[in-house]
Design a binder for this molecule. Structure first.
Ligand SMILES: [Fe+2]
Ligand SMILES: [Fe+2]
Length: 471
């Protein structure tokens, strides 16, 4: 069991006070982080008391503390999951060797890149969501937004700790740059596409936390397998917090869907919009968009980088333990590949298809969520159902990038795509309508008309609770 130090400037369970140089470097980064938070974190709510969860240890049954906190006073700390004694590298060419406790020189650049890319998503999402506090559908949702935001901030700390402790001067420079890039800024954008897309309404937010945060979960799961042990331990603990983010997304959409069904039943034409709700076809278009943007985050279907990450023991598969073979050699993935205007299956060496293997696990997980939403629709007595689009739809990276596919994965002509894309992706009219619904509801126990109440509140409290004290 690791020692938790809650009292120093930076709460941690990594014995920071034993390494004065590192401690000093991180304490120098801390005010820059706070400055970024004040500049790019949630607008205007920094002085309010928010009922937040704070990580205080990595103990399975008592890792978090709940209380009112003003966000700038949040105790962002560094917590690594407890070490596994004698841990070995579990896959690839180095399988069976001791896991690395210090970054190996030959993999230094690649690992730094992996850590920076993961780290960059954390502040990016906070920036994307910074205005949403003004239009929260309830105090419960407002609190959840801020919970996600402060924890993404902590995830940045998690990655910056690795950069500072393992990568020397380059690492410190990267840590500074993580505070310099800005989501959606053409001059200094965040690294990955979906993290530069605007999240300016709560339907986007719930889709983002459902689909894009879930990409994060799978990246973290793959990195949790890493032979670089500090990375594995950091990501394992991040996953504990991440679960709540996806809960926010999955149940957020679920509550919208339930409400839509209810409003449809109240209307003589089953028109949810006439009753102030979000119609199912519109929900479907937002789903299509965020699912496709999130699929891109896994990278190309056929990737020599993915192959070497696996070969070198840097990034494994989802639940690597569940596989019998951990070499990934002499096996093939049947990859649907565009060729002369059609799709043919090609055998891709498994190692080169590792992005796709991870993406498949992700898609299954997303499907489980969609099935749950459809259950709500069935219970609500309406006919419509939601679905995931085909993996080829609206992709910008990989084999299908910028090719016109419909949501069944059928290839279209460019003309047909242009004519029909409004059936599948949010239109200007959709955005304008969703914008009209973005009105804050700040009374305790009240909720906006377009979304249902959650089944329960936070930490055993009722929904009718003052999760954010606004005055
Ligand atoms: Fe995160
Ligand atoms: Fe997250």
């Amino acid at each position: 069991m690791s020692n938790v130090d809650q009292n120093s400037k930076i709460p941690n369970n990594v014995d920071l006070h034993h390494d004065k140089r590192l401690q000093r470097a991180l304490e120098q980064w801390q005010p820059n982080y706070l400055q970024w938070w004040m500049e790019m974190g949630p607008t205007d709510f920094q002085a309010k008391d928010v009922f937040l969860r704070t990580a205080i240890s990595v103990d399975a049954d008592g890792w978090a503390h709940f209380d009112y906190v003003k966000m700038p006073d949040y105790r962002w700390g560094i917590f690594l999951a407890d070490p596994v004694a004698d841990r070995k590298i579990g896959f690839g060419d180095n399988m069976g060797q001791d896991a690395w406790q210090v970054v190996p020189g030959e993999h230094r650049n690649v690992l730094r890149r992996l850590i920076v890319t993961q780290g960059d998503t954390e502040p990016a999402s906070v920036e994307q969501q910074r205005l949403l506090g003004h239009t929260a559908p309830s105090l419960y949702d407002l609190r959840n937004l801020f919970q996600v935001n402060v924890e993404e901030g902590r995830h940045l700390w998690a990655m910056v700790y690795l950069l500072h402790s393992q990568f020397g001067r380059d690492g410190r420079e990267e840590a500074e740059e993580l505070l310099q890039r800005r989501s959606g800024n053409p001059d200094k954008p965040r690294i990955l596409g979906a993290f530069n897309a605007p999240v300016d309404n709560w339907l986007d937010f719930f889709m983002f936390t459902m689909f894009t945060d879930r990409d994060g979960k799978y990246q973290l799961l793959a990195l949790a397998e890493s032979g670089f042990d500090p990375l594995s331990r950091t990501t394992r603990f991040m996953l504990t917090e991440e679960a709540h983010h996806m809960f926010v997304g999955e149940t957020g959409v679920e509550r919208i869907v339930s409400r839509t069904a209810e409003l449809m039943k109240q209307d003589k034409n089953e028109d949810a919009r006439a009753q102030g709700g979000i119609p199912l076809d519109m929900i479907q278009r937002y789903l299509n968009l965020w699912f496709a943007l999130s699929l891109d985050l896994f990278g190309g279907e056929v990737s020599s980088n993915a192959a070497s990450f696996f070969a070198d023991g840097l990034k494994g598969r989802y639940k690597e333990d569940s596989y019998e073979d951990h070499t990934g050699l002499n096996q093939y993935y049947k990859m649907p590949t565009p060729k002369d205007g059609t799709i043919v299956e090609e055998d891709v060496p498994l190692r080169n298809a590792m992005n796709e293997v991870l993406r498949d696990a992700y898609v299954d997980d997303c499907q489980r969520g969609v099935d749950r939403w459809n259950k709500r629709l069935a219970e609500g007595g309406v006919q419509g159902r939601l679905r995931l689009p085909n993996k080829r739809f609206y992709r910008h990276i990989g084999l299908y990038a910028d090719m016109p596919f419909d949501i069944d994965g059928k290839m279209l002509s460019k003309d047909e795509w242009e004519r029909r894309k409004g059936e599948w992706l949010p239109t200007d009219a959709d955005r304008a309508y969703v914008a009209t619904l973005q009105k804050p509801v700040t009374e305790v126990g009240k909720i906006a008309n377009w979304i249902g109440k959650p089944a329960r509140g936070i930490k055993g409290l009722p929904f009718e609770y003052e999760y954010v004290r606004l005055d």
